[in-house]
Design a protein around this ligand. Structure first.
Ligand code: PBG
Length: 327
């Protein structure tokens, strides 16, 4: 042992310029997908558990789309709040060609033609029971649900959606949707599979946002993944790649960074992470109390996804983050 440390890692941390020069991972607006909630009502509505996020009207959505495009955010992911009167057991409204989602897709494409549009393929915003599929007694009927999801994805693709993002966790849905899209000529419509989607408590505020919280009977543990599992995520992604997925998603985000890293290390497919509603709510609640610096923690949490190997992040913070990053 010499008198001095052989290596002083602090040397490279001395200056702002050295820190910038050796930074391994960076976050830019290009990494962000903006998740937005939309309503079929005429006025925007606040979401109590997500301060700063509103359900946007189509007019508000057009404005958001223009802002996103100007900020260099590549894409919007849209989530509908449907009038409860339009919900039924089978989520019929999900396949309405003149429904909120197809209209929202057309609205975005008109307002910001260079912005990507990503749509959830799942029935929960449209069902009276709040589950992602159709019920057979108490259970979610996998194959009957897939029939509905195929129709839903086709309606989205026809309306001009760029990316269908099945978030339902039925077995075999990626292959079935891929085949249907090809068959109908939508061979350029991409599929972003929510491949590793966990049965999580962090979706709480979202269920309020889309109005499925009160409705939801039971939980989603028979189709979403067990939070205790990691190897199973490898199996999910392997299947989805074989079935034709273009990209995969891990959800929730921050509590599952190990899964993001695991998938990034094991597959060459782009991996995305969803910073979900509960993650947003936690940062906002702590910031509102003055317990953390909200802006700083937001950017730090988003950078963490890049460090874990994510290609990008779906986040309610996309606009705020892009504004901060663009200076
Ligand atoms: C369901 C869906 C969920 C979210 C997006 N799509 C929640 C759920 O599975 O109940 C959650 C998004 C969020 O919490 O921000 N298809």
């Amino acid at each position: 042992m010499g008198l001095f440390p052989a290596t002083r890692l602090r040397r490279l941390r001395q200056h702002d310029w050295t820190r910038r020069l050796v930074q391994e991972n960076a976050l830019t607006a290009n990494d962000l997908i903006w998740s937005v909630v939309i309503t079929d009502q005429d006025t925007p509505e606040p979401i109590a558990a997500m301060p700063g996020v509103e359900r946007l009207t189509l007019k508000g959505l057009a404005k958001a789309a223009r802002e996103a495009q100007a900020l260099g955010i590549p894409a919007l992911a849209i989530f509908p709040h449907i009038d409860p009167a339009k919900k039924d057991e089978d989520g019929t409204e999900a396949v309405n060609r003149d429904g909120l989602i197809p209209n929202a897709i057309r609205t975005i494409k008109e307002a910001a033609p260079n912005l990507g549009v990503i749509c959830d393929v799942a029935l929960d915003p449209f069902t009276t029971h709040g589950h992602d599929g159709v019920l057979d007694g108490e259970t979610i009927d996998n194959d009957a649900t897939i029939e509905r999801l195929i129709e839903q994805a086709l309606v989205q693709a026809e309306a001009g959606c760029d990316v269908c993002a099945p978030s339902d966790m039925m077995d075999g849905r990626i292959g079935a949707i891929r085949e249907a899209l090809e068959f109908e000529g939508h061979y350029n419509t991409m599929i972003l599979s929510y491949a590793a989607k966990y049965a999580s408590g962090f979706y709480g505020p979202y269920r309020e946002a889309i109005g499925s919280a009160a409705a939801l009977k039971g939980d989603k543990k028979t189709y979403q993944m067990n939070p205790g599992n990691a190897a199973e995520a490898l199996r999910e992604v392997e299947l989805d790649i074989a079935e034709g997925a273009d990209m995969v998603m891990v959800k929730p985000g921050l509590p599952y960074l190990d899964i993001v890293r695991l998938l990034a290390d094991n597959f060459d497919i782009p991996v995305f992470a969803f910073q979900v509603s509960g993650e947003y709510a936690m940062i906002e609640a702590a910031a509102a109390n003055g317990w953390i610096d909200g802006e700083r923690c937001m950017l730090e949490s988003l950078l963490a996804f890049k460090r874990a190997g994510a290609s990008g992040i779906v986040t309610y913070y996309a606009k705020r983050a892009a504004m901060a990053l663009n200076g």
